[in-house]
Every structure is written in C-alpha cells, then in structure tokens.
Design a binder for this molecule. Sequence first.
Ligand SMILES: [Zn+2]
Length: 88
Amino acid sequence: MLKKCSACGEVVRRRDCHKNRYGEYICRQCQAKGIRFTPWRVFLHNGKKWLISFLLLLVATAIVILLFWWGGQLFPVTVLFDAANKSV
Ligand SMILES: [Zn+2]
C-alpha cells in the first residue's frame, strides 16, 4: 500500500509514513525534519491562533472603550446621557 507524503510529495509505503490528525500522510524523512503537518496546515493552524488572539484583543478593546464611554471620560456625552436618564 503506497501513500503520497503530503509535505514533500514523495510516494512511500504506508508503514513508512505517519498519518496526522488532519488525515495527511507524512513520510519518515519529513518527520525527522520535524514536519508534522503540511505548510498549508501549519499556516491554517497559526492563522487560527492569530485570528483568535486578534478577536480577543478587539473584544477587550471594545470593553475598555465602552467602560470609558459609560464613564463619560472618553467623549463629552455626559450631558446627553443625563438628558436620556431624565427622560426614562
Ligand atoms: Zn515527506
């Protein structure tokens, strides 16, 4: 049973390669070089991590801005807020 290495494209026997969690076959030579996934998978993996940290940062920034906004320290909207509070 022959399998094609997802990283280098070499055709190797099934027992001479390793199937990773993404269903990709990585040959022994690539494993020795420290390759566990294809460059595309590594990119996706890192990209997802980057996206999550970016979203967390965005949410954290939004919360901080909202806190300042509610505190009336970032924008001078306290007058508007007072008017809105009085009408309720
Ligand atoms: Zn390989």
